[in-house]
Design a protein around this ligand. Structure first.
Ligand SMILES: Nc1ncnc2c1ncn2[C@@H]1O[C@H](COP(=O)(O)OP(=O)(O)OP(=O)(O)O)[C@@H](O)[C@H]1O
Ligand SMILES: [Mg+2]
Length: 230
């Protein structure tokens, strides 16, 4: 699914920052992986490379057989539309669009037919338990509900890879737990490969594998069997 080979990412600016200093990782289809590490260790940078939002300075980022490092912006944008979905800590919903419109957005961008959009939006709204909130604006929802809309928007394209950057970071324990259970269900029932950045040990323990970053390097990579519990 994902093969990260000797990846270095240096941000050039007034002072160059090496965010990733030689990363090697293999993530298999259907895995649910947590990424932890101190602030600034390169977690979001790594996720952005996996999602084709950015390219490495050197090395290979191979997703489903395609080396994103070698693709141009247009090819990567096509990849982002069909192969990967993203969930952010701050939800990133469009404030002027209703819940259904927010969820439908990636399908509109992909040119999906209106009737198909309606069917899919209805299905994912049910899946995240927000059937009754479709006509609301994001402002009219709680934090947990907003994150569920963001998850629905991620699900609606049926992308095989889901990247989540601190999806429970803004939520209280109970709402955070609901989001975790939802992600686990998606992983289990759809076989979606999930890579989730988190600061929360409980959230990490929901995943069968934990990758630890420090100073742009993989400091630890452990599988454990608690992934089915929690
Ligand atoms: N666009 C950018 N330009 C310059 N430096 C950047 C940029 N984005 C990130 N960095 C730097 O790269 C390093 C890694 O950043 P990154 O956002 O990946 O960390 P992180 O592990 O996600 O941290 P956090 O837990 O705080 O979100 C940091 O030192 C950061 O300052
Ligand atoms: Mg980050």
């Amino acid at each position: 699914m994902l093969n990260i080979h000797e990846v270095v990412k240096t941000y050039l600016g007034k002072t160059a920052v090496t965010a990733l200093a030689g990363i090697n990782l293999r993530i298999h289809p259907g895995e649910m992986v947590a990424v932890m590490g101190p602030s600034g260790s390169g977690k979001s940078t790594l996720l952005n490379l996996m999602g084709g939002l950015d390219v490495p300075t050197s090395g290979e980022v191979i997703v489903s057989g395609t080396d994103l490092a070698k693709e141009n912006e247009k090819e990567r944008s096509l990849f982002r539309r069909s192969k990967v979905s993203y969930i952010f800590q701050a939800y990133h919903l469009m404030p002027t669009l209703r819940v259904t419109q927010n969820i439908a957005l990636p399908l509109h961008l992909a040119g999906v037919h209106a009737r198909e959009i309606n069917l899919r939006v209805t299905r994912v709204l049910r899946e995240v338990g927000l059937e009754a909130r479709g006509e609301h604006l994001p402002d009219e929802l709680s934090g947990g509900e907003r994150q569920r809309v963001a998850i629905a928007r991620a699900l609606v394209t049926d992308a095989p890879l889901l990247l989540a950057d601190e999806p429970t970071g803004n939520l209280d324990t109970v709402r955070g737990e609901e989001i975790l259970q939802l992600l686990k269900k998606i992983n289990r029932e759809h076989g979606t490969t999930i890579v989730m950045v988190t600061h929360d040990h409980h959230a990490a323990s929901a995943c069968a594998r934990l990758i630890r970053l420090r100073d742009g390097k993989v400091e630890g990579d452990t599988a454990h069997d608690k992934g089915q519990g929690v």
